[in-house]
Ligand binder design. Structure first.
Ligand SMILES: NC(=O)c1ccc[n+]([C@@H]2O[C@H](COP(=O)([O-])OP(=O)(O)OC[C@H]3O[C@@H](n4cnc5c(N)ncnc54)[C@H](OP(=O)(O)O)[C@@H]3O)[C@@H](O)[C@H]2O)c1
Length: 438
């Protein structure tokens, strides 16, 4: 039997404690699979006195994760602290510079500093593994980097944020408001006290940036992603989607276009019978399209301590076996600069919901502005707004107009909405949700 792989683990929270339990529960099988024992020797967290529900007896305690990362007593550093800068970055860098392997679940760190860290792994001779950073327990990183390496990937899309999917699923199933479902998600521990990172789409964008780099061989560029969150989705939108045969999902999409790689995260109406529309609650799913494989869809638990630990330990086993792959699927020097596609050229159908004053001609003016922009309409429906509105016939009385367009471009829709707003034909911000036949 080979020498044990000595592990140092920083971060003893939700994921860190699950990793320790998994390593202990499956010790024998893991030794067999890895061909050598996986030996946890040292840990680091902030509070040495916290009861974490697991025994830390026999492990050396480091209050400084950077010192742990470069300690000669470990071969593999497991970063489960979180954050994009500061100690997680310093510790990861220290381990890689010391030639050690690093396993991390930290998408924020990778989305921001992934290329720098991959270069440090290359020059230090270590491994940078991050299966758990995207899709929790779903093995999408290995799928893109290893199993699908024979393909030219043309598109990938997925539901990458469990919190948003939970909120949208509840809104649809129970007709509840966004605010109610968010409060429930917080109570159940699916959403943070400050949920903005999830509901504004930033968490999904970080994951998408990582997948884009792996799939298309380009440098990471999270700042080039078009991002819209789900906070503006109302029960009315959900009900309209339902009526029309769609479901609203926060979708992350990356695809090749003539003008570069398009990356976007936004609420999307998907046909109810499509595979991704049927992904509910906190489950995640990713579809990948390649020239030889066609389409592959992976789905499963996108978060949670145990599911994430499953991915972390898979990476640790790889390290123990001596498996090495370039972190982003090819050497850093051969990653292409990211060329951003123009979002405004994005073709597709659109759902629009406008608040229109109840006056003669307003409805017709909207239909005309659409026609003037060359936008052909699949349907246009006028509804009275729910209770609280002024009496009918009064311009203060608002009607809700929902429009479904045939395929058009983002630019054409935005121009038409600009004209309608400019003419004073609507009140407040229009709602615009893209429709995709995915
Ligand atoms: N939770 C999930 O479902 C999930 C899923 C996929 C990926 N991830 C990623 O996994 C990582 C960990 O997430 P988590 O949910 O386990 O976080 P968490 O529960 O908040 O745990 C974070 C841990 O890091 C420790 N820590 C914080 N600052 C530290 C410092 N300066 N020095 C040493 N230790 C420090 C904390 O110590 P104390 O306990 O002493 O405060 C805590 O044990 C993040 O990158 C996250 O994005 C999480």
């Amino acid at each position: 039997m080979d020498q044990p792989l000595r592990l140092g683990l920083a971060g003893l929270g939700t994921v860190g404690t699950s990793v320790i339990r998994l390593l202990r529960d499956h010790e024998e099988a893991l030794t067999d699979r890895a061909g050598r024992p996986l030996r946890l020797v040292a840990v680091s967290a902030r509070n040495p006195n916290k009861d974490r529900g697991i025994s830390l007896d026999g492990l050396s305690w480091h209050s400084d994760p950077v010192a742990l990362a470069s300690s000669p007593d470990i071969d593999c550093f497991i970063e489960l602290i979180g954050g994009e800068n500061g100690v997680c970055r310093e510790a990861t860098r220290a381990a890689l510079d010391a030639g050690k392997s690093v396993v991390t679940a930290n998408k924020a760190l990778l989305a921001k500093h992934g290329i720098e860290l991959a270069a440090a792994a290359e020059s230090g001779g270590g491994v940078l593994a991050f299966e758990a950073a995207v899709g929790g327990g779903i093995p999408i990183v290995k799928a893109l980097r290893e199993a699908l390496a024979g393909n030219r990937i043309t598109r990938l899309f997925g539901i990458l944020n469990g919190t948003c999917n939970y909120i949208l699923t509840r809104m649809e199933a129970e007709g509840l408001s966004f605010e109610q479902c968010l409060a429930d998600a917080q109570e159940l521990g699916y959403a943070e006290a400050d949920p903005s990172f999830d509901i504004d789409g930033l968490d999904a964008a970080h994951k998408l940036a990582i997948l884009t780099s792996l799939a298309f061989g380009v440098e990471l560029n999270k700042d080039a992603i078009f991002v819209e969150g789900i906070a503006s989705i109302t029960a009315e939108d959900i009900a309209a989607a339902e009526e029309l045969g769609y479901r609203i999902k926060l979708l992350a999409v990356a695809q090749e276009t003539d003008s570069g790689i398009e990356q976007r995260v936004h609420p999307t109406m998907l046909p109810k019978n499509s595979q991704l529309a049927r992904i509910s609650d906190v489950t995640n799913a990713v579809a990948v399209e390649g020239d030889f494989i066609g389409q592959v869809v992976l789905s499963g638990p996108g978060a949670g301590g145990d599911a994430t630990a499953s991915a972390v330990v898979g990476d640790i086993v790889d390290c123990a076996r001596g498996f090495r792959a370039p972190p982003f699927g090819r050497p850093v020097a051969s990653l292409k600069p990211y060329q951003r596609a123009r979002m405004r050229a994005h073709p597709g159908g659109y759902y629009l919901r406008l608040s229109v004053p109840d006056r003669v001609g307003a409805f017709a003016a909207i239909a005309r502005a659409m026609a003037d922009g060359g936008i052909s309409l699949d349907s246009i429906v006028q509804r009275n707004r729910p209770a609280g509105a002024a009496p009918r016939g009064n311009p203060d009385h608002l009607r809700s107009v929902t429009i479904i367009t045939h395929d058009t471009t983002e630019q054409a829709v935005r121009d038409a909405l600009g004209r309608i707003e400019g003419e004073g034909d609507i009140v407040g911000r229009p709602q615009m949700i893209r429709i995709e036949a995915l």
